[in-house]
Design a protein around this ligand. Structure first.
Ligand SMILES: Cc1ncc(COP(=O)(O)O)c(C=O)c1O
Length: 365
C-alpha cells in the first residue's frame, strides 16, 4: 500500500550526496577522514571524553558489555519495555537479562523497582532512554554505587537528549547511541560507544578492531572482532549531525502542531516530559483508547503508525525466563494502549492535519 502519510522518511539530500561524492573521489572507503570528523563532532556534542564507532546500536551494546567484562552467568537489569536489542545484547554475551518494569508516565525504567532485583550475580544496570526523554539517572547511579554495579546506558534513541545537562550515554560507565534510519540523525546503520574512562576506551578500541589498537598491523595483542564502519556511512552521518538543529526545530514544530490539533480529544493523552530532561520528539507517542482499532482505522485511511514496544517478558525468544503476565503491569498497559504517529521533518502541515482529523473522526463516529 502506498501511504498518504508514511511512518518515516529520512531527512537526507544534497549535503549527504556531496559528502558521499567526496568519499568516492578520494577513493577512501573504509574508516577515514569522515569517520574521524564524525567522532569529533559526537565528542563535542556529547562532551564525552572518548567515543568509538560500531556497526549499529545492537552491536554497540554488545561491545559495551564486553568491554565492561560482563560474562556468562552474570545478571544485567534492563527495562522490560524497550527494543529487543537491549536484552539480546545481554543474551549474546551469555549473561541473563533481568527485566524491570517501567514508569507509566515516562515510559522509562522504574527506578523504585531496581533494588529488589539485585542478587549476588547482578553485575550491571542498563537504563534505556526511550522515545526522546532521559531516564532518571541519579537514583540509578546511586544504586550502582551502593552495590558496585556497572551502568550501561542504552541511548540508541537519545541523540540530543540531556539529563540534567549531561548528554545521555555519558552518565554511566559506558553508553551507546544508534544512527539507524529511524533515529533523529542517521547514517543508515551505525552507532557510537561513549565512555569517559580511558581504560574502557582502550579495551573498546581493541575489541572493535581485531584486537589491535590501529589498523595496518598484523600483530594482535588481544582478541577482537570487526565492528568497523565505512567512510560512506560516516559521510552521511557528518552531514546529518550538522543538520541536527534544523531537524530538531522542524520536529518540535510538527510535535506542537499535533499537540494543538489534538488538544480536545479526550480519548488520547501525550507522554509526560519530566523536568530533569529535555525532549527530542523521536516519535509522537500517544496513549489512546481503543488503540488497536485506531491503528486499523488510520491504516485504512492511508496513515502508517507504529505500536509501542512489545514487552520483553512476552517475547517468544525470552519465554525461557518464565516471567508471569502479572509481573509487568505498566509495560503491558503501555503496549495495550500506546501508539506512535509520524513526525519526520518532511511531513507537511496538511499531512499532520490529515492524521489529526482522521483521529478526531475515529472518536466521533
Ligand atoms: C532502545 C534501542 N536499543 C537498541 C536499538 C538497536 O539499535 P540498532 O537498530 O542500531 O541496532 C534500538 C534501535 O531501534 C533501540 O531503539
Amino acid at each position: 500500500m502506498k501511504y498518504k502519510v508514511p511512518q518515516l522518511i529520512p531527512f537526507v539530500g544534497e549535503e549527504e550526496l556531496e559528502n558521499l561524492k567526496h568519499v568516492i573521489e578520494k577513493k577512501w572507503l573504509t574508516e577515514g577522514p569522515f569517520s574521524q570528523e564524525f567522532l569529533q563532532l559526537i565528542k563535542e556534542k556529547t562532551d564525552s571524553k572518548y567515543a568509538v564507532l560500531a556497526n549499529n546500536g545492537t552491536l554497540a551494546l554488545f561491545l559495551a558489555l564486553k568491554a565492561l567484562g560482563i560474562k556468562e552467568g552474570d545478571e544485567v537489569i534492563v527495562p522490560n519495555f524497550t527494543f529487543i536489542a537491549s536484552a539480546t545484547s545481554i543474551y549474546f554475551i551469555g549473561a541473563k537479562p533481568v527485566f524491570v518494569d517501567v514508569d507509566k508516565q515516562t515510559l522509562n525504567i522504574d527506578v523504585t523497582q531496581i533494588e529488589k532485583l539485585i542478587t549476588s550475580k547482578t553485575k550491571a544496570i542498563m537504563p534505556v532512554h526511550v522515545y526522546g526523554q532521559a531516564a532518571d539517572m541519579d537514583p540509578i547511579i546511586a544504586i550502582a554505587k551502593k552495590y558496585h554495579l556497572k551502568v550501561i546506558e542504552d541511548a540508541a534513541q537519545g541523540y540530543g537528549v540531556y539529563y540534567k545537562g549531561k548528554h545521555t550515554g555519558t552518565i554511566g560507565d559506558v553508553g551507546t547511541i544508534s544512527f539507524f534510519a529511524d533515529k533523529t540523525v542517521t547514517m543508515g546503520e551505525g552507532a557510537v560507544v561513549l565512555t569517559n574512562n580511558e581504560k574502557i576506551y582502550e579495551t573498546l578500541k581493541l575489541l572493535r578492531n581485531q584486537g589491535r589498537p590501529n589498523s595496518g598491523t598484523f600483530i594482535h595483542p588481544a582478541f577482537g572482532m570487526n565492528f568497523r564502519l565505512t567512510d560512506m556511512q560516516c559521510a552521511v552521518g557528518v552531514a546529518q549531525l550538522k543538520k541536527f538543529e534544523l531537524i530538531n526545530q522542524i520536529k518540535q514544530r510538527n510535535f506542537n502542531l499535533y499537540l494543538e490539533l489534538l488538544k480536545n480529544v479526550k480519548e488520547i493523552s501525550f507522554v509526560e516530559i519530566q523536568d530533569y530532561t529535555n525532549f527530542i520528539p523521536f516519535r509522537v507517542n500517544i496513549i489512546a483508547q481503543e488503540k488497536s482499532k485506531l491503528i486499523d482505522y488510520l491504516e485504512n485511511h492511508g496513515i502508517q503508525t507504529r505500536g509501542f514496544f512489545y514487552p520483553l517478558h512476552r517475547q517468544p525468544c525470552f519465554s525461557y525466563l518464565d516471567y508471569k503476565e502479572t509481573d509487568f503491569p505498566n509495560s503491558n498497559y503501555l503496549y495495550n494502549n500506546g501508539l506512535s504517529l509520524p513526525i519526520f521533518p518532511d511531513l507537511t502541515k496538511e499531512q499532520i492535519e490529515l492524521v489529526c482529523n482522521t483521529i478526531i473522526n475515529f472518536y466521533n463516529k
